[in-house]
Design a binder for this molecule. Structure first.
Ligand code: SF4
Ligand code: SF4
Length: 358
């Protein structure tokens, strides 16, 4: 019989996950009979041949030092069966083949400060972008906002008491690599970029920067005899897209880079089609280390959603049913004409051509 071909080593991308998988998950891959949740934070999978696996999910702070990772690995060796995996929302999961191991594993995790939960209709960990630690363009920290917010939503992570699952995300620039979420916290620049003309000629590829602006607000210009760029501030929508390819076009500002809150996005097809989120609060202060103003608005939206939505309504379903005017009434958030723009005018507003226009 032909031997299965090993995947060839590649220099980028994720490694083959089979090599690190718990043996029972590998054995029963794609062959599960059913699964259920015996309690919040625990998944129970039963295979057709009778094998059972319990998965215990715990929250982490995402950006982890080596000591924390070693601690989690020690817990995996001592209380689980030496295998862990991380979910897309930075929860860690430990797999065990006997129910007797679940209780001691949960006790150890909680005792070491890792809350067990994040399954079913809970507020799961926040998906976040890299923030100050890794990315070169953030206007705020993303993991910091996450830590501060999840400290306040600790109990909602450990319980399954929301109408449906709640996915949160944070993004530290308007590129929003945090993606769609029920509630998203995204940086919002409110002033056009300030250009350091001395550096542009040496650092920036000017045609690339000009082409990148979605509203064609950037033009080449000669400043003090040197080639540089200028911005038509009436056109600029403060998106920040010019800053990554041209760092001398600084847009991050301690005072004028704010945070905005968007709601109603989801990726899943369950019950209703995927939706794009819409902005419902703007101009919140970017106030590290605990971002209290942002936390207050997020908690307010969550609280009203929890009390008002019907069972299994995602946040977008709930807003769809009650309508945007009621959403603003019930959450007591001020409404302005700049909120919940659905980009119907994007075809004419935005630069949909690859041609450079001056
Ligand atoms: S949201 Fe923007 S700044 Fe943050 S990691 Fe993604 S691309 Fe970088
Ligand atoms: S790319 Fe965005 S921030 Fe930069 S000039 Fe154009 S609209 Fe303004």
């Amino acid at each position: 019989m032909a031997q299965p071909q090993m995947r060839r080593a590649i220099e980028s991308g994720v490694p083959d996950n089979q090599q690190f998988m718990h043996p029972l998950l590998k054995k029963n891959y794609g062959n599960w009979k059913y699964h259920d949740r015996p309690r919040p934070g625990v998944l129970h999978h039963v295979a057709h041949d009778g094998d059972e696996v319990w998965t215990v999910r715990a929250g982490t702070q995402r950006q982890m030092d080596v000591h924390t990772i070693r601690l989690l690995c020690d817990i995996a060796d001592q209380y689980a069966e030496g295998h862990v995996r991380f979910t897309i929302r930075s929860n860690i999961e430990f797999m065990v083949s006997s129910f007797a191991k679940v209780g001691p594993l949960i006790a150890e995790l909680e005792q070491k400060g890792f809350p067990v939960g994040g399954t079913g209709n809970s507020v799961s960990m926040i998906a976040h972008t890299q923030g100050w630690l890794h990315c070169d363009i953030p206007g705020t920290d993303a993991s910091g906002v996450v830590k501060a917010l999840m400290d306040e939503l600790y109990d909602e992570f450990r319980r399954e008491q929301m109408p449906n699952r709640v996915h949160l995300s944070t993004s530290c620039c308007e590129i929003n690599c945090g993606g769609q979420a029920d509630i998203a916290i995204i940086i919002q620049h409110t002033k056009p970029p300030k250009i350091n003309h001395d550096l542009v000629a040496n650092v920036c590829e000017r045609p690339a920067v000009v082409a990148r602006c979605p509203v064609a607000a950037i033009r080449p210009a000669l400043i003090n005899g040197k080639p540089s760029l200028e911005v038509d501030e009436k056109k600029c929508i403060c998106c920040g897209a010019c800053y990554p390819p041209c760092p001398p076009m600084q847009i991050n500002d301690p005072e004028h880079s704010k945070l905005a809150i968007w709601v109603g996005g989801k990726n899943s097809n369950a019950r209703a089609k995927p939706t794009f989120m819409k902005m419902v609060a703007a101009g919140l202060p970017n106030n590290p280390p605990r971002w209290p103003e942002v936390a207050e608005v997020v908690k307010r939206i969550l609280h009203v959603y929890k009390a008002d939505a019907r069972p299994w309504e995602r946040l977008s379903d709930w807003v769809e049913r009650i309508g945007w005017p009621r959403f603003f009434e019930r959450t007591d958030l001020p409404f302005t004409k700049y909120l919940i723009d659905d980009w119907r005018g994007a075809r004419v507003n935005l630069n949909a051509s690859t041609h450079i226009r001056f």
